[in-house]
Write a protein that binds this ligand. Structure first.
Ligand code: UD1
Ligand code: MG
Length: 453
């Protein structure tokens, strides 16, 4: 990658009225990550590690969303919304720090990829002063049109200001551009607001640069990459594109999906090769699945790490803090939270395991529940290696079950069970021979007397 310094300026001061939301538009999520964070990630991956955020409201939340992905963030409030050119200048203090290149990005285009940004930067390195990202629109209404001559971009005409000929052009401004950082400020300062909207159009920079003898180019990117989200319908469209890209990438890396269109991934989902994902599986953020795992249908997984050879579901729920070691099983209607399950251990049916350490090769019987919560505090359950928990047992935490211990089915365990011991915690069974017939006769007589009265 080029060693030229680069500042990414992310415009996010829009009101986002059409989202009809209390949340700032750019904080709405795609693939489980706020849109503006997708933009920051792409910028960083293209070398734009310093980020200037131009915001109107929720400045702190927007800043917090991008901070994990870039090395430097400065926040600039644009108090009056006077157009994209004006918005970029809100970040004047950041631009004045002096960068070789500026990347202008919109906070509501979550599908932008770093390849397109790198391409734009490479055109600057080759001598252009401005490189604009354009796309072919099936319906260009509303977009700025890119007017080219002899391989160079000569102007961007906003829809409202375009004549009939120009309105027929379908090569549109995606809104993102790279600008030579050394001349950017003087060009931005030259932008005026004499147009049909009375706004400072960033797009005027094209003609300004050319009037100063500088070269301006347009690069073509696919329309999805510059898809701007304005309402929740477009948010769902962006999500659909994100999902199909993410599934495709995983399948090409060796993951099998029987019905990919029913598998929901997050931006950070990691799945190893030879893993099979059956239909209708949901991956929330923070999931790492190793190779050769089988995830049966209708499982819901978030914040979990799963080692190779594990089998999950059908209908399993793995919540944050779940760690499944090699060759473990978490079967149907099993919920696991903040618990480590040792290698080869099985939790096959109808269990809740929360705040627990389960040793290797332990077997957790059907219906076992860790009673981890007293209404105020969470408590730990420790289950030793090789332990066998009989079905329908309640383990009242904090409690420890020793290595190779056995718990009798139906027990309510409130005290430690030492290594190799058997814990019984239920009433002893007693049988009364022949009593069943007597009980029936008595019950029948009671019913018959009620009917007579
Ligand atoms: C802009 C482009 C248009 C392009 C289109 C692509 C200009 C003048 N026009 O038009 O050529 O085809 O995007 O989607 O640039 N913003 C601020 N402060 C402002 C104004 C805007 O932060 O004062 C932010 C918005 O939040 C948004 C972005 O800049 O993220 C674009 O603004 P918007 O009003 O949507 O521009 P368009 O009219 O769509
Ligand atoms: Mg727009």
């Amino acid at each position: 990658m080029t060693s030229r310094s680069c500042l990414a300026i992310v415009l996010a001061a829009g009101e986002g009225t059409r989202m009809k939301s209390k949340l700032a538009k750019v904080l709405h999520r795609v693939g489980g990550l706020p849109m503006v964070a997708h933009v920051a990630r792409a910028a960083a991956a293209a070398g734009g590690n310093d980020l200037a955020l131009v915001v109107g409201r929720d400045a702190q939340d927007v800043e917090a969303a991008v901070r994990p992905f870039v090395s430097e963030v400065s926040v600039h409030v644009q108090s009056e919304r006077l157009g994209t050119g004006h918005a970029v200048l809100a970040a004047r203090a950041a631009i004045e720090r002096g960068y070789d290149e500026l990347l202008i990005m919109f906070g509501d285009t979550p599908l932008i990829n770093s390849d397109a940004l790198r391409l734009a930067r490479s055109r600057l390195a080759e001598g252009a002063s401005v490189a604009v990202m354009g796309f072919r629109a099936s319906d260009p209404t509303g977009y700025g049109r890119l007017i080219e001559r002899e391989g160079e971009l000569v102007a961007i005409r906003e829809h409202k200001d375009a004549n009939e000929d120009e309105q027929r052009i379908n090569f549109c401004n995606g809104g993102l551009m790279a600008i030579d950082g050394r001349v950017a400020l003087s060009m931005l300062d030259a932008i005026g607001n004499r147009n049909s909207k009375g706004e400072y159009y960033l797009t005027d920079i094209v003609e300004i640069a050319r009037s100063r003898g500088k070269k301006v180019v347009a690069i073509e990117v696919d329309a999805a990459s510059v898809l701007g989200v304005n309402n929740r319908v477009e948010l769902a469209e962006a999500e659909a594109i994100f999902q199909s890209r993410a599934r495709r990438e995983l399948m090409l890396s060796g993951v099998s999906m029987v019905a990919p269109e029913t598998v929901w991934l997050s931006w950070d989902t990691e799945i190893g090769s030879e893993t099979l994902v059956e239909p209708n599986v949901w991956f929330g953020p923070g999931v790492k699945i190793a190779e050769s795992v089988v995830i049966h249908a209708f499982s819901h997984i978030e914040g979990a790490s799963v080692a190779s050879g594990a089998q999950i579901g059908p209908f399993a729920r793995l919540r944050p803090g779940t760690r499944l070691s090699e060759n473990t099983k978490a079967g149907n209607f099993v919920e696991i939270k903040n618990a480590a399950i040792g290698a080869g251990a099985k939790v096959n049916h109808l269990s809740y395991i929360g705040d627990a350490n389960v040793g290797a090769n332990a077997n957790i019987g059907a219906g076992t529940i860790t009673c981890n919560y007293d209404g105020y505090n969470k408590h730990l359950t420790e289950i030793g290696a090789g332990a066998f928990i009989g079905s329908n047992s309640a383990l009242v935490a904090p409690v420890r079950i020793g290595d190779n211990a056995l718990i009798a089915a139906g027990s309510v365990i409130t005290q430690e069970v030492p290594d190799d011991a058997v814990g019984f915690a239920r009433a002893r069974q007693s049988n009364k021979p022949g009593l069943a017939a007597l009980v029936r006769a008595k019950n029948k007589a009671m019913r018959d007397s009620k009917r007579r009265s």
